[in-house]
Design a protein around this ligand. Structure first.
Ligand code: GDP
Length: 166
């Protein structure tokens, strides 16, 4: 079973995954340049799940392998940074890509990350919630830095996946 983490470079996909799997955060982790591929096995509610991050920084030349990447994914965390409006605006691009390439029944959760950066918040929680509601996707805000809702994000996605699969 595979879930994918997508979203613009620098939104915190790598740190959400490392917070969840190892309870680690890396303040130095530089946002991806070019293409990065990371795969990690997670155990959620007794099930082994493969989580993949694939970061292309939106490069057109990787479009051909995009469909391979999404194929077979049962869930997707689509991440934006609540302090960076352009990462919220780009959500639609990621959602379109999922719609085009992923299984029609893939469970999608929109994730607004970096809630610890309260003083520089640019996207209100309500905006994220409305965006998710518009598409009937789940929504959660997280902080990989202070660990807020990180477990919930992965666990809730899994609950949604099992609702679809059974
Ligand atoms: P990715 O490119 O989406 O995988 O993003 P990274 O996980 O590499 O994170 C990019 C940058 O944002 C790094 O400097 C992280 O330390 C930082 N970062 C990630 N998550 C959070 C968070 O929840 N809060 C804060 N304050 N910084 C974060």
């Amino acid at each position: 079973m595979t879930v994918v983490l997508v979203g613009d470079s620098g939104v915190g996909k790598t740190n959400l995954l490392s917070r969840f799997t190892r309870n680690e955060f890396n303040a130095e982790s530089k946002s991806t340049i070019g293409v990065e591929f990371a795969t990690r096995n997670l155990t959620i509610k007794g099930k082994t799940v493969r989580a993949q991050i694939w970061d292309t920084a939106g490069q057109e030349r990787y479009r051909a392998i995009t469909s391979v990447y999404y194929r077979g994914a049962v869930g997707a965390l689509v991440v934006y940074d609540i302090t960076k409006p352009e990462t919220f605006e780009n959500l639609q691009k990621w959602l379109d890509e999922l719609k085009e390439h992923a299984d029609p029944y893939v469970c999608i959760m929109i994730v607004g990350n970096k809630t610890d950066l309260r003083s520089v918040r640019a996207i209100q929680q309500e905006q994220g919630r409305l965006k998710a509601e518009e598409h009937k996707y789940s929504f959660i805000e997280t902080s990989a830095l202070d660990a807020t809702n990180v477990g919930e994000a992965f666990n809730n996605l899994l609950v949604d996946i099992f609702k679809v699969q059974v």
